[in-house]
Design a protein around this ligand. Structure first.
Ligand code: G3P
Ligand code: CA
Length: 269
């Protein structure tokens, strides 16, 4: 079965428009939608009381004014933290948390992100990455599918039409998703090319490859093999103009970037 897309390259906002606004906040995702991103990427983790929240790191220390592992904190603990002010440094001098922005920089639940996408007024796809799924022995995927079901997104008729896809570095996590929901598209993320997948195959049933831009730069022939095997190729994290050019040249299907507006501009959109 081929998973190839015959569509223009999709521009995916990595953690939201995360160069311009604090990653994984509602502010960053609203900006990405305003910027015209085709899709939003987010990482999900389970809180101690079983809520899926959009946080990249195991701990909240880097991106909030709190401390501790997400898995040890309850949603109410996370809701008391500020996930925006850390961005006020030299790195992003334009970003300032105003009182109006404040509500948009508290912890973001996946449920709230799904509501944002549902209310976007246009098709905005969602690429959801399961983080550290092995720790929870299936609970992350289980809760994810329950939530997607509430939004009518868990069982698309055809994978090609699904506005949601699930990504992971864990083949086991993707296997759990496919077992429960065979038509939900899955993306196997890769930081390096494992020797047993060098011929362009992916773990059984996975349709989309998610190589890092480093793999693309160093092994362009591998991208060709993935495409020849009928897989879509979604590349992360592509922020440099020359890397965007390389992705275009190689005919990848999606570019995952912290700078959706700049990439769309480079693509003439
Ligand atoms: O989109 C895939 C990419 O986000 C994987 O790496 O560390 O940014 O989650 P990371
Ligand atoms: Ca991610």
């Amino acid at each position: 079965m081929t998973h190839a897309r015959q569509l223009p390259i999709q521009v995916v906002a990595h953690r939201g428009a995360s160069e311009a606004a604090p990653e994984h906040t509602l502010a960053a995702y609203k900006k990405a939608i305003e910027d015209g991103a085709d899709a939003l990427e987010c990482d999900v983790r389970l809180t101690a009381d079983g809520h899926l929240v959009c946080v990249h790191d195991r701990r909240v220390n880097r991106t909030s004014n709190g401390r501790g592992a997400v898995s040890a904190l309850e949603l109410a603990d996370l809701a008391a933290l500020d996930f925006g002010s850390w961005k006020n440094g030299d790195e992003a001098p334009d970003w300032e948390v105003t009182p109006e922005d404040r509500a948009d920089t508290s912890v973001l639940t996946l449920e709230r992100l799904l509501e944002l996408v549902a209310d976007a007024g246009r098709r905005v796809e969602l690429a959801i990455e399961t983080k550290h799924p092995t720790r929870w022995a299936g609970q992350v995927e289980e809760r994810l599918l329950v939530l997607l079901k509430r939004f009518g997104l868990d069982a698309p008729e055809r994978a090609a039409d699904s506005p949601v896809r699930i990504m992971s570095f864990s083949a086991r996590s993707l296997h759990r998703v496919r077992t429960a929901s065979p038509t939900l598209p899955t993306v196997y993320l890769m930081q390096f090319v494992s020797p047993r997948l060098r011929d362009g195959r992916l773990p059984s049933g996975v349709g989309i490859a998610g190589p890092s831009i480093r793999i693309v730069r160093s092994h362009p022939a591998y991208i060709e093999r993935l495409k020849n095997a009928g897989h879509q190729v979604h590349v992360w994290t592509v922020n440099e103009p020359e890397d965007v050019d390389l992705c275009v040249e190689l005919g990848v299907d999606a570019i995952i970037t912290n700078r959706p507006r700049a990439v769309l501009g480079q693509l003439g959109r």
